[in-house]
Design a protein around this ligand. Structure first.
Ligand SMILES: Nc1ncnc2c1ncn2[C@@H]1O[C@H](COP(=O)(O)OP(=O)(O)O)[C@@H](O)[C@H]1O
Ligand SMILES: [Mg+2]
Length: 218
């Protein structure tokens, strides 16, 4: 099994680095979906954006759906997405909020995680924008490497968090934690090389550590 999957964080406390963002997200975790703004996590690949989105939903005990935006651009996929949004609360469809105050169905709401959100077409963004306008029980977390592809009206709807590369000490702490769990002794020189090569990207660091483990233990 790939260590990047084996050691994927599922709680905000397990996410390495970007502690200012994580600290803020821990406050957002306390909000209901109703009060939550739509969130945008952006930054280079491998910094923990997807993991943070999952962790956020788990810590907040929110229902969520993970959507690969790259697969949402055909008509069929768009219909499927509209269906997902429409099925969040009973009696709601076509993005309308039900007016029926007596509706027994009280929904806790849902979070839709749009991974690779920059792959959404303009048309898909328009549909989504309308949907976000009329729904208070469905919020989205956009995950993107490049935010230049988003329309201005779309961007204004999000509270954005920019993920930065980790400090070497943060990468080292993560590697030490994993090495300990794997009973793996890593010479200082190797550790330094892995950290240097990772350039602040935890995914690269974890992958390199597993490579070292494969070479030395097999
Ligand atoms: N901040 C982090 N803390 C701990 N592990 C991380 C972190 N960022 C990345 N990883 C490792 O890399 C893998 C991929 O990270 P991911 O959350 O998909 O990054 P992104 O969405 O920014 O590309 C994770 O499963 C985990 O093993
Ligand atoms: Mg990701």
């Amino acid at each position: 099994m790939q260590w990047t999957e084996k050691y994927r964080p599922f709680h905000l406390d397990d996410v390495a680095g970007n502690q200012d963002i994580i600290g803020e997200l821990k406050k957002y975790v306390k909000l209901t979906v109703y009060d939550l703004p739509n969130l945008l996590f952006y930054g280079d690949p491998g910094l923990g954006k997807t993991s943070s989105a999952y962790s956020f939903c788990y810590d907040g005990k929110h229902d969520f759906e993970h959507i690969n935006s790259a697969q949402l651009n055909g008509k069929d996929d768009m219909d499927k997405f509209v269906h997902i949004l429409g099925s969040v609360g009973a009696g709601m469809s076509n993005f309308e909020i039900t007016e029926d105050k007596d509706d027994e169905h009280t929904t806790e709401g849902m979070i839709l995680i749009f991974d690779k959100a920059e792959m959404l077409t303009k048309q898909a963004q328009n549909v989504l924008e309308k949907a976000l306008e009329s729904r208070t029980d469905a919020k989205v977390i956009f995950i993107a490497n490049d935010i230049s592809k988003f329309t201005e009206p779309m961007l204004t709807r999000f509270t954005a968090f920019e993920f930065e590369p980790l400090k070497d000490e943060e990468i080292e702490m993560l590697l030490i934690k994993i090495a300990k769990k794997e009973n793996l002794q890593v010479p200082d020189r190797t550790m330094r090389k892995i950290i240097e090569d990772a350039k602040g990207i935890p995914r690269s660091a974890v992958t390199a550590l597993q490579k070292y483990w494969i070479i030395t233990k097999h």
